[in-house]
Ligand binder design. Sequence first.
Ligand SMILES: Cc1cc2nc3c(=O)[nH]c(=O)nc-3n(C[C@H](O)[C@H](O)[C@H](O)COP(=O)(O)O)c2cc1C
Length: 208
Amino acid sequence: MRAERRGPVAIAITGASGALYAVRTIAALLAEGLQVDTIVTDYGRRLLRDELGDAAAAERLLPYLAAKYGEAVRAGTLTLHSNRDLGSALASGSRPCAGMAIVPCSMKTLAGVAHGLSRSLVERAADVMLKERRTLVVVPRETPMSLPQLRNMVLCAEAGAVVLPAMPAFYQQPASLDDLADFMAGKILTALGFEHQLYPAWTGAVDR
Ligand SMILES: Cc1cc2nc3c(=O)[nH]c(=O)nc-3n(C[C@H](O)[C@H](O)[C@H](O)COP(=O)(O)O)c2cc1C
């Protein structure tokens, strides 16, 4: 990992499918000893439990991550912020932050970020990243997409965000959902400026 990128990092989880991508990303950052600030929307909380089970509830995320990815995640610091607390440190540009990812990002939150609405801490923290010219990674998931949704992705990109759709690749020959999550988490870490070994780099050589 690059020294200037050693955190803290903000990860927002919203109510779009793909909770596994979020927990893999958080676990990888924690295992590097980083401070990770999380914000989970109401529907993000529902997604964590619906897709990963009750053990993955937002308040119990660290023990869940340690059980799934190993005790190495305890090298980092995980803090959960209320999405309703617009007075949180994350709502201010004066608080250092190496980058933020919204993973997965619902079409509702995408619209809020695209239009700078700052109605919740997720939207406000994202707005801060854009105004401070820091790295904001948005991981939208929906299919098919409406024209307003497509336009909102363009607005985010024009504002300086990295739009990184939840589109895992298959050229790594994934054998499990965890392999797909490793790929997406690796893409997110790269976009945030972190090195990782979550999946082998494509070399161009095909082994037959
Ligand atoms: C099980 C479930 C799956 C959902 N999947 C998606 C999805 O993939 N993409 C999306 O944009 N919204 C999805 N939604 C709808 C959002 O959760 C809903 O629009 C919500 O208001 C988003 O709010 P948030 O951005 O504050 O989390 C899903 C909802 C549920 C209950």
